[in-house]
Design a protein around this ligand. Structure first.
Ligand code: C2E
Ligand code: CA
Ligand code: CA
Ligand code: CA
Length: 278
């Protein structure tokens, strides 16, 4: 019996260890990865369903590791959040994103840019000032900037969130609730916080053309959002049927692989100039 336990332990530690090692090594490397070419920003278009015009893009980070290859943000963002690296990382993301925004507007594109923000960023007392400073350095205004936060991030410390989000909003930044419908919080924050947009989680969107329950959830969210004067975005649109259904339901904005995958800045420009020209 004793050897059975040992065997179990051996199997367990063998299975867990490679991941732990990778995690520990990633942790150490993340800080150094900032400002190197290994971290890159990708941009995924959003379109206005009414006009079918491109309205903006979401900024999504990529880490191409020399040894491990592509590391998904779902793996390293939580690490960055736990260690506090998320703060310099988010400033780096803002700087790069604003640079991109500047080149967009110098080529005549007036698009919104959505940036993902963590709960930890709201704990930084200088967050608003830093973001304003970076925007000034890159010569962009904040009216076209949207910050995406999850319900969980907002409810982590509601009073703090209220203060920081109030400051960001006063600076002209718009706020979006990401992964809407997946948190366990009450909806009361929607009337307390300066929210402009909700983003229906892709788990409700991906199969809604086939799944009636998903359609009911999307429809109800749309009605509530519009009654609260919020813009509603659907993410995770993977086929034409879903796109048409959302258009028919009156959803404002759409994002998903069916429209375009996230892409690096140069490809984004090519995509933009070909959009609806073909
Ligand atoms: P998210 O904010 O919910 O981002 C949307 C995710 O859905 C992205 O995954 C995107 O590539 C993916 N996606 C887009 N269209 C489709 C589709 O049609 N079908 C499916 N199945 N997926 C689609 P990604 O880029 O792997 O990012 C994962 C998460 O990592 C993000 O979820 C966000 O929470 C976090 N993240 C990414 N970039 C950043 C960042 O710059 N800062 C922070 N704080 N978090 C980030
Ligand atoms: Ca997002
Ligand atoms: Ca999302
Ligand atoms: Ca997410």
């Amino acid at each position: 019996a004793a050897s059975g336990i040992n065997e179990k332990y051996a199997v367990y530690s063998q299975e867990i260890d490679p991941y732990n090692q990778r995690r520990i090594s990633l942790l150490g490397e993340l800080r150094n990865a900032i400002d190197k070419d290994v971290l890159q920003l990708y941009f995924q278009p959003q379109i206005c369903l009414d006009t079918m015009e491109v309205s903006g893009a979401e900024v999504l980070i990529r880490w191409i590791h020399p040894e491990y290859g592509f590391i998904p943000p779902d793996e390293f963002i939580p690490l960055a959040e736990r260690t506090g690296v998320i703060q310099p990382l988010t400033y780096w993301i803002c700087r790069k994103a604003f640079q991109f925004m500047h080149s967009l507007s110098s080529q005549g594109y007036n698009l919104n840019l959505s940036i993902n923000i963590s709960a930890r960023n709201l704990q930084d007392p200088h967050f608003k000032d830093q973001v304003c400073k970076i925007a000034k350095e890159q010569d962009v205004t904040l009216e076209k900037v949207i910050m995406e936060l999850t319900e969980t991030a907002v409810m982590h410390n509601p009073d703090e969130a209220l203060r920081v989000l109030g400051e960001l909003s006063a600076a002209g930044i718009r706020l979006s609730i990401d992964d809407f419908g997946t948190g366990y919080s009450s909806l009361s924050y929607l009337k307390k916080l300066p929210v402009n947009e909700i983003k229906i989680d892709r788990s409700f969107v991906m199969e809604m053309a086939k799944n009636n329950d998903d359609q009911v959830i999307v429809h109800t969210t749309l009605t509530m959002g519009h009654n609260l004067s919020l813009e509603v975005v659907a993410e995770g649109i993977e086929d034409e049927a879903t796109l048409l259904k959302l258009k028919e339901m009156g959803c404002d904005l759409a994002q998903g692989y069916h429209i375009a995958r996230p892409m690096p800045a140069n490809e984004f420009f090519t995509w933009l100039s070909n959009y609806r020209n073909d």
